[in-house]
Design a protein around this ligand. Structure first.
Ligand SMILES: C[C@@]1(CC(=O)O)C2=NC(=C\c3[nH]c(c(CCC(=O)O)c3CC(=O)O)Cc3[nH]c(c(CC(=O)O)c3CCC(=O)O)/C=C3\N/C(=C\2)[C@@H](CCC(=O)O)[C@]3(C)CC(=O)O)/[C@H]1CCC(=O)O
Ligand SMILES: NC(=O)c1ccc[n+]([C@@H]2O[C@H](COP(=O)([O-])OP(=O)(O)OC[C@H]3O[C@@H](n4cnc5c(N)ncnc54)[C@H](O)[C@@H]3O)[C@@H](O)[C@H]2O)c1
Length: 306
Protein backbone atom coordinates (compact mmCIF):
# COMPACT_ATOMS: atom_id res chain seq x y z
CA UNK A 1 0.00 0.00 0.00
CA UNK A 2 2.76 2.45 0.87
CA UNK A 3 4.34 2.02 -2.56
CA UNK A 4 1.01 3.01 -4.11
CA UNK A 5 0.93 6.17 -2.00
CA UNK A 6 4.54 7.03 -2.85
CA UNK A 7 4.15 6.33 -6.52
CA UNK A 8 1.16 8.58 -6.70
CA UNK A 9 2.82 11.39 -4.78
CA UNK A 10 5.62 11.79 -7.32
CA UNK A 11 5.09 12.72 -10.95
CA UNK A 12 7.31 11.37 -13.72
CA UNK A 13 10.72 13.00 -13.55
CA UNK A 14 13.32 13.96 -16.17
CA UNK A 15 15.60 11.43 -14.53
CA UNK A 16 13.39 8.35 -14.80
CA UNK A 17 15.16 6.17 -17.31
CA UNK A 18 12.84 3.17 -17.12
CA UNK A 19 9.22 3.50 -18.16
CA UNK A 20 7.12 4.02 -15.08
CA UNK A 21 3.47 4.89 -15.13
CA UNK A 22 2.13 5.07 -11.58
CA UNK A 23 -1.59 4.34 -11.25
CA UNK A 24 -3.90 7.35 -11.13
CA UNK A 25 -5.83 7.48 -7.85
CA UNK A 26 -8.58 10.01 -8.58
CA UNK A 27 -10.42 12.27 -6.14
CA UNK A 28 -7.47 14.39 -5.00
CA UNK A 29 -7.26 18.18 -4.99
CA UNK A 30 -4.80 19.97 -7.25
CA UNK A 31 -2.36 21.58 -4.82
CA UNK A 32 -1.13 24.92 -6.13
CA UNK A 33 0.56 28.02 -4.75
CA UNK A 34 -1.62 30.91 -5.91
CA UNK A 35 0.11 34.21 -6.63
CA UNK A 36 -2.44 36.86 -5.68
CA UNK A 37 -0.50 40.13 -5.40
CA UNK A 38 -2.95 43.01 -5.92
CA UNK A 39 -5.66 40.66 -7.15
CA UNK A 40 -9.19 41.57 -6.04
CA UNK A 41 -10.65 39.00 -3.64
CA UNK A 42 -14.15 39.08 -2.16
CA UNK A 43 -14.53 37.88 1.45
CA UNK A 44 -18.06 37.67 2.86
CA UNK A 45 -18.31 37.47 6.66
CA UNK A 46 -16.43 39.03 9.55
CA UNK A 47 -16.10 36.26 12.15
CA UNK A 48 -13.25 33.99 13.23
CA UNK A 49 -13.04 31.99 10.00
CA UNK A 50 -13.03 35.22 7.93
CA UNK A 51 -10.22 36.50 10.17
CA UNK A 52 -8.11 33.45 9.29
CA UNK A 53 -8.84 33.90 5.57
CA UNK A 54 -7.87 37.56 5.83
CA UNK A 55 -4.55 36.74 7.48
CA UNK A 56 -3.47 34.42 4.65
CA UNK A 57 -4.80 36.76 1.95
CA UNK A 58 -2.83 39.67 3.38
CA UNK A 59 0.32 37.56 3.38
CA UNK A 60 -0.34 36.95 -0.34
CA UNK A 61 -0.53 40.74 -0.96
CA UNK A 62 -4.06 40.43 -2.36
CA UNK A 63 -6.57 43.26 -2.22
CA UNK A 64 -9.51 42.12 -0.12
CA UNK A 65 -13.04 43.46 -0.12
CA UNK A 66 -14.80 42.39 3.09
CA UNK A 67 -18.56 42.59 3.29
CA UNK A 68 -19.88 42.07 6.80
CA UNK A 69 -21.81 44.11 9.30
CA UNK A 70 -19.75 45.17 12.32
CA UNK A 71 -18.68 44.47 14.93
CA UNK A 72 -15.97 42.50 13.18
CA UNK A 73 -13.69 39.90 14.73
CA UNK A 74 -11.06 41.97 16.61
CA UNK A 75 -8.20 40.76 14.42
CA UNK A 76 -10.04 41.92 11.26
CA UNK A 77 -10.72 45.29 12.85
CA UNK A 78 -7.04 45.46 13.78
CA UNK A 79 -5.92 44.92 10.16
CA UNK A 80 -8.37 47.58 8.96
CA UNK A 81 -7.00 50.08 11.48
CA UNK A 82 -3.34 49.13 11.00
CA UNK A 83 -1.71 51.52 8.48
CA UNK A 84 0.53 48.70 7.16
CA UNK A 85 -2.48 46.68 5.98
CA UNK A 86 -5.40 49.13 5.75
CA UNK A 87 -4.78 50.02 2.09
CA UNK A 88 -5.13 46.34 1.14
CA UNK A 89 -8.65 46.10 2.60
CA UNK A 90 -11.97 47.63 1.58
CA UNK A 91 -14.62 47.07 4.25
CA UNK A 92 -18.30 47.39 3.47
CA UNK A 93 -20.09 47.58 6.82
CA UNK A 94 -23.35 45.87 5.85
CA UNK A 95 -24.78 42.43 5.08
CA UNK A 96 -24.10 40.91 1.66
CA UNK A 97 -27.32 40.49 -0.36
CA UNK A 98 -26.30 37.80 -2.82
CA UNK A 99 -27.91 38.14 -6.26
CA UNK A 100 -29.44 41.50 -5.32
CA UNK A 101 -26.14 42.97 -4.14
CA UNK A 102 -24.50 45.78 -6.10
CA UNK A 103 -21.15 44.00 -5.54
CA UNK A 104 -20.78 41.48 -8.39
CA UNK A 105 -18.71 38.31 -8.03
CA UNK A 106 -17.46 38.62 -11.62
CA UNK A 107 -15.34 41.58 -10.52
CA UNK A 108 -13.24 39.34 -8.26
CA UNK A 109 -10.62 36.69 -8.95
CA UNK A 110 -11.69 34.54 -5.98
CA UNK A 111 -14.72 34.61 -3.70
CA UNK A 112 -14.90 33.27 -0.14
CA UNK A 113 -17.83 33.14 2.21
CA UNK A 114 -17.36 32.55 5.93
CA UNK A 115 -20.89 33.14 7.18
CA UNK A 116 -23.40 31.28 9.30
CA UNK A 117 -26.03 31.34 6.53
CA UNK A 118 -26.17 28.22 4.36
CA UNK A 119 -28.77 29.64 1.95
CA UNK A 120 -26.74 32.75 1.22
CA UNK A 121 -23.57 30.67 0.79
CA UNK A 122 -25.41 28.44 -1.69
CA UNK A 123 -26.69 31.46 -3.62
CA UNK A 124 -23.18 32.98 -3.70
CA UNK A 125 -21.89 29.70 -4.98
CA UNK A 126 -24.46 29.65 -7.81
CA UNK A 127 -23.51 33.19 -8.78
CA UNK A 128 -19.86 32.20 -8.91
CA UNK A 129 -20.61 29.17 -11.08
CA UNK A 130 -22.57 31.37 -13.50
CA UNK A 131 -19.65 33.77 -13.75
CA UNK A 132 -16.95 31.05 -13.60
CA UNK A 133 -15.33 32.54 -10.52
CA UNK A 134 -13.65 30.11 -8.12
CA UNK A 135 -15.35 30.03 -4.72
CA UNK A 136 -14.80 28.68 -1.20
CA UNK A 137 -17.86 28.48 1.02
CA UNK A 138 -16.64 27.58 4.51
CA UNK A 139 -19.98 26.12 5.60
CA UNK A 140 -20.64 23.83 2.57
CA UNK A 141 -17.53 21.84 1.63
CA UNK A 142 -19.11 19.99 -1.34
CA UNK A 143 -19.76 23.36 -3.00
CA UNK A 144 -16.15 24.55 -2.71
CA UNK A 145 -13.90 24.87 -5.76
CA UNK A 146 -10.94 24.93 -3.39
CA UNK A 147 -10.29 24.15 0.26
CA UNK A 148 -7.97 25.84 2.66
CA UNK A 149 -5.52 23.67 4.54
CA UNK A 150 -3.33 23.79 7.59
CA UNK A 151 -0.35 25.92 6.60
CA UNK A 152 3.12 26.65 7.80
CA UNK A 153 5.62 29.17 6.57
CA UNK A 154 9.30 29.47 7.27
CA UNK A 155 10.55 32.26 5.06
CA UNK A 156 10.17 31.12 1.46
CA UNK A 157 9.18 27.58 2.50
CA UNK A 158 5.42 27.04 2.51
CA UNK A 159 3.68 23.77 3.31
CA UNK A 160 -0.05 23.10 3.11
CA UNK A 161 -1.71 20.01 4.55
CA UNK A 162 -5.05 18.91 3.17
CA UNK A 163 -7.07 15.98 4.40
CA UNK A 164 -9.59 16.44 1.59
CA UNK A 165 -12.11 17.86 4.06
CA UNK A 166 -12.03 14.77 6.27
CA UNK A 167 -10.31 16.07 9.38
CA UNK A 168 -9.16 19.70 9.40
CA UNK A 169 -7.98 19.44 12.99
CA UNK A 170 -5.86 16.40 12.16
CA UNK A 171 -4.38 18.41 9.28
CA UNK A 172 -3.31 21.07 11.78
CA UNK A 173 -1.81 18.35 14.00
CA UNK A 174 0.21 16.97 11.07
CA UNK A 175 1.35 20.51 10.29
CA UNK A 176 2.62 20.86 13.86
CA UNK A 177 4.39 17.50 13.61
CA UNK A 178 6.19 18.64 10.46
CA UNK A 179 7.03 21.98 12.05
CA UNK A 180 8.59 20.28 15.08
CA UNK A 181 10.74 18.11 12.86
CA UNK A 182 11.93 20.60 10.28
CA UNK A 183 15.49 21.80 10.80
CA UNK A 184 15.33 25.20 12.44
CA UNK A 185 17.35 26.87 9.67
CA UNK A 186 15.69 25.30 6.63
CA UNK A 187 14.65 28.72 5.31
CA UNK A 188 18.32 29.79 5.16
CA UNK A 189 19.07 26.82 2.91
CA UNK A 190 16.27 27.79 0.55
CA UNK A 191 17.34 31.43 0.51
CA UNK A 192 20.93 30.32 -0.23
CA UNK A 193 20.05 28.10 -3.18
CA UNK A 194 17.67 30.83 -4.42
CA UNK A 195 20.53 33.34 -4.50
CA UNK A 196 22.76 30.89 -6.38
CA UNK A 197 20.02 30.26 -8.96
CA UNK A 198 19.51 34.01 -9.40
CA UNK A 199 23.27 34.63 -9.89
CA UNK A 200 23.48 31.74 -12.35
CA UNK A 201 20.61 33.15 -14.41
CA UNK A 202 22.44 36.47 -14.65
CA UNK A 203 25.42 34.64 -16.19
CA UNK A 204 23.30 32.32 -18.30
CA UNK A 205 20.07 34.13 -19.15
CA UNK A 206 17.31 33.05 -21.48
CA UNK A 207 14.76 30.27 -21.70
CA UNK A 208 15.15 26.79 -23.13
CA UNK A 209 17.76 25.64 -25.64
CA UNK A 210 21.14 24.05 -24.89
CA UNK A 211 22.06 26.69 -22.32
CA UNK A 212 18.78 26.24 -20.45
CA UNK A 213 19.32 22.46 -20.28
CA UNK A 214 22.90 22.90 -19.09
CA UNK A 215 21.75 25.38 -16.45
CA UNK A 216 19.11 22.97 -15.12
CA UNK A 217 21.48 19.99 -15.15
CA UNK A 218 24.14 21.97 -13.28
CA UNK A 219 21.65 23.29 -10.69
CA UNK A 220 20.27 19.81 -10.10
CA UNK A 221 23.68 18.28 -9.56
CA UNK A 222 24.92 21.12 -7.38
CA UNK A 223 21.75 20.87 -5.26
CA UNK A 224 22.16 17.11 -4.83
CA UNK A 225 25.89 17.37 -4.13
CA UNK A 226 25.56 20.03 -1.43
CA UNK A 227 22.37 18.72 0.15
CA UNK A 228 19.71 20.72 1.97
CA UNK A 229 21.73 21.50 5.05
CA UNK A 230 24.82 22.95 3.34
CA UNK A 231 22.84 24.99 0.82
CA UNK A 232 22.65 27.72 3.42
CA UNK A 233 26.32 28.44 2.68
CA UNK A 234 25.24 29.95 -0.65
CA UNK A 235 24.05 32.98 1.27
CA UNK A 236 27.74 33.94 1.12
CA UNK A 237 28.23 36.02 -2.03
CA UNK A 238 31.91 35.11 -2.35
CA UNK A 239 31.17 31.40 -2.22
CA UNK A 240 28.53 31.82 -4.94
CA UNK A 241 31.01 33.67 -7.13
CA UNK A 242 33.59 30.96 -6.58
CA UNK A 243 31.33 28.05 -7.48
CA UNK A 244 30.10 29.91 -10.55
CA UNK A 245 33.62 30.93 -11.67
CA UNK A 246 35.28 27.59 -11.03
CA UNK A 247 32.30 25.29 -11.47
CA UNK A 248 29.65 26.61 -13.82
CA UNK A 249 32.05 28.32 -16.25
CA UNK A 250 33.75 24.98 -16.94
CA UNK A 251 30.55 22.96 -16.36
CA UNK A 252 32.03 21.20 -13.33
CA UNK A 253 30.19 20.14 -10.20
CA UNK A 254 32.12 21.32 -7.17
CA UNK A 255 31.15 20.17 -3.70
CA UNK A 256 31.66 21.82 -0.31
CA UNK A 257 35.12 20.25 -0.04
CA UNK A 258 36.29 21.76 -3.31
CA UNK A 259 35.63 25.38 -2.41
CA UNK A 260 36.89 28.05 -0.03
CA UNK A 261 40.46 26.67 -0.14
CA UNK A 262 39.61 24.44 2.83
CA UNK A 263 39.93 20.74 3.22
CA UNK A 264 36.73 19.08 4.27
CA UNK A 265 35.80 18.60 7.88
CA UNK A 266 35.16 14.99 8.80
CA UNK A 267 31.47 15.66 9.31
CA UNK A 268 31.12 17.04 5.80
CA UNK A 269 33.00 14.07 4.43
CA UNK A 270 30.60 11.70 6.18
CA UNK A 271 27.62 13.64 4.95
CA UNK A 272 28.85 13.44 1.37
CA UNK A 273 29.60 9.76 1.64
CA UNK A 274 26.22 8.93 3.08
CA UNK A 275 24.49 11.29 0.70
CA UNK A 276 22.45 12.61 3.61
CA UNK A 277 22.43 15.41 6.13
CA UNK A 278 22.49 15.38 9.89
CA UNK A 279 18.86 16.29 10.57
CA UNK A 280 17.32 13.57 8.43
CA UNK A 281 19.20 10.86 10.26
CA UNK A 282 17.62 11.28 13.68
CA UNK A 283 14.16 11.51 15.05
CA UNK A 284 13.37 14.33 12.61
CA UNK A 285 13.47 12.01 9.63
CA UNK A 286 11.34 9.50 11.45
CA UNK A 287 8.83 12.17 12.42
CA UNK A 288 8.51 13.44 8.89
CA UNK A 289 8.03 9.91 7.65
CA UNK A 290 5.23 9.47 10.12
CA UNK A 291 3.70 12.77 9.05
CA UNK A 292 3.57 11.89 5.39
CA UNK A 293 2.45 8.34 6.05
CA UNK A 294 -0.39 9.70 8.19
CA UNK A 295 -1.40 12.07 5.45
CA UNK A 296 -1.38 9.25 2.94
CA UNK A 297 -3.50 7.12 5.23
CA UNK A 298 -6.01 9.89 5.70
CA UNK A 299 -6.34 10.44 1.98
CA UNK A 300 -6.67 6.73 1.29
CA UNK A 301 -9.27 6.47 4.03
CA UNK A 302 -11.30 9.21 2.35
CA UNK A 303 -11.21 7.25 -0.84
CA UNK A 304 -12.57 4.21 0.91
CA UNK A 305 -9.39 2.20 0.38
CA UNK A 306 -8.89 1.50 4.08
C1 LIG B 1 -7.17 23.41 7.98
C2 LIG B 1 -8.11 24.60 8.21
C3 LIG B 1 -7.58 25.74 7.38
C4 LIG B 1 -8.41 27.00 7.41
O1 LIG B 1 -9.63 27.01 7.60
O2 LIG B 1 -7.78 28.04 7.15
C5 LIG B 1 -9.51 24.15 7.86
N1 LIG B 1 -10.25 24.03 8.97
C6 LIG B 1 -9.53 24.35 10.08
C7 LIG B 1 -9.93 24.14 11.40
C8 LIG B 1 -11.21 23.66 11.85
N2 LIG B 1 -12.33 23.62 11.11
C9 LIG B 1 -13.35 23.13 11.90
C10 LIG B 1 -12.85 22.84 13.19
C11 LIG B 1 -13.66 22.30 14.40
C12 LIG B 1 -13.33 20.83 14.63
C13 LIG B 1 -13.75 19.93 13.50
O3 LIG B 1 -14.90 20.02 13.00
O4 LIG B 1 -12.91 19.10 13.09
C14 LIG B 1 -11.49 23.15 13.14
C15 LIG B 1 -10.47 22.98 14.23
C16 LIG B 1 -10.08 24.25 14.90
O5 LIG B 1 -10.79 25.26 14.80
O6 LIG B 1 -9.04 24.19 15.56
C17 LIG B 1 -14.74 22.98 11.51
C18 LIG B 1 -15.13 22.93 10.09
N3 LIG B 1 -14.32 22.97 9.00
C19 LIG B 1 -15.08 22.83 7.87
C20 LIG B 1 -16.44 22.79 8.28
C21 LIG B 1 -17.60 22.63 7.37
C22 LIG B 1 -17.95 21.17 7.24
O7 LIG B 1 -17.12 20.26 7.40
O8 LIG B 1 -19.13 20.94 6.91
C23 LIG B 1 -16.47 22.84 9.68
C24 LIG B 1 -17.66 22.83 10.62
C25 LIG B 1 -18.06 21.41 10.95
C26 LIG B 1 -19.24 21.37 11.88
O9 LIG B 1 -20.10 22.24 11.83
O10 LIG B 1 -19.27 20.41 12.66
C27 LIG B 1 -14.58 22.76 6.53
C28 LIG B 1 -13.29 22.90 6.09
N4 LIG B 1 -12.24 23.22 6.88
C29 LIG B 1 -11.10 23.25 6.13
C30 LIG B 1 -9.88 23.78 6.57
C31 LIG B 1 -11.33 22.68 4.78
C32 LIG B 1 -10.82 21.23 4.72
C33 LIG B 1 -9.35 21.10 5.15
C34 LIG B 1 -8.77 19.76 4.90
O11 LIG B 1 -8.90 19.27 3.78
O12 LIG B 1 -8.12 19.21 5.78
C35 LIG B 1 -12.86 22.77 4.66
C36 LIG B 1 -13.51 21.56 3.99
C37 LIG B 1 -13.29 23.96 3.82
C38 LIG B 1 -12.44 25.19 4.03
O13 LIG B 1 -12.55 25.79 5.10
O14 LIG B 1 -11.70 25.54 3.10
C39 LIG B 1 -8.24 24.96 9.73
C40 LIG B 1 -7.07 24.54 10.63
C41 LIG B 1 -6.02 25.61 10.56
C42 LIG B 1 -5.05 25.63 11.65
O15 LIG B 1 -5.30 25.33 12.82
O16 LIG B 1 -3.95 26.07 11.29
N1 LIG C 1 -13.31 26.26 7.35
C1 LIG C 1 -13.20 26.25 8.62
O1 LIG C 1 -12.14 26.13 9.10
C2 LIG C 1 -14.42 26.38 9.48
C3 LIG C 1 -14.26 26.30 10.85
C4 LIG C 1 -15.36 26.51 11.65
C5 LIG C 1 -16.57 26.78 11.03
N2 LIG C 1 -16.68 26.81 9.69
C6 LIG C 1 -17.92 27.21 9.00
O2 LIG C 1 -17.77 28.61 8.65
C7 LIG C 1 -18.90 29.37 9.08
C8 LIG C 1 -18.42 30.67 9.70
O3 LIG C 1 -17.75 30.38 10.90
P1 LIG C 1 -17.31 31.50 11.94
O4 LIG C 1 -16.78 30.77 13.10
O5 LIG C 1 -16.47 32.50 11.29
O6 LIG C 1 -18.73 32.16 12.31
P2 LIG C 1 -19.01 33.50 13.09
O7 LIG C 1 -20.38 33.37 13.67
O8 LIG C 1 -17.86 33.87 13.96
O9 LIG C 1 -19.06 34.61 11.95
C9 LIG C 1 -20.08 34.69 11.01
C10 LIG C 1 -19.89 36.04 10.35
O10 LIG C 1 -20.74 36.12 9.21
C11 LIG C 1 -21.30 37.43 9.20
N3 LIG C 1 -22.52 37.40 8.38
C12 LIG C 1 -23.68 36.76 8.62
N4 LIG C 1 -24.56 37.02 7.61
C13 LIG C 1 -23.91 37.83 6.74
C14 LIG C 1 -24.27 38.43 5.50
N5 LIG C 1 -25.48 38.27 4.95
N6 LIG C 1 -23.37 39.18 4.89
C15 LIG C 1 -22.16 39.38 5.41
N7 LIG C 1 -21.75 38.82 6.56
C16 LIG C 1 -22.63 38.07 7.21
C17 LIG C 1 -21.55 37.75 10.64
O11 LIG C 1 -21.72 39.15 10.81
C18 LIG C 1 -20.26 37.23 11.25
O12 LIG C 1 -19.25 38.20 11.15
C19 LIG C 1 -19.64 28.47 10.08
O13 LIG C 1 -21.00 28.53 9.79
C20 LIG C 1 -19.10 27.05 9.87
O14 LIG C 1 -20.03 26.28 9.15
C21 LIG C 1 -15.62 26.61 8.91
Amino acid sequence: MSSEVNANAKPPSRDSSEESYPPIIPGASLLLALRLANRPILLVGGGVVASQRLYFLLESDAHITIISPGPLHPSIQHRINDPTTSSKITWLDRPYLGRKDEIKVKDYDLVMTAIDDNDLSRETCELCREEKVMVNVADIPPQCDFYFGAQLRKGPLQILISTGGLGPRSGAMIRDLILENLPSNIEDSIKGIGSLRADLRKRAPGVGGKLGQERMDWMKEVSDTWGLDLMKRFNDEELRKEILDKGWESRKILGPDDLGGKSSSWTQAIQRTLGTIDWTAGIGGFGLGVAFTSLGLIILQRQGRL
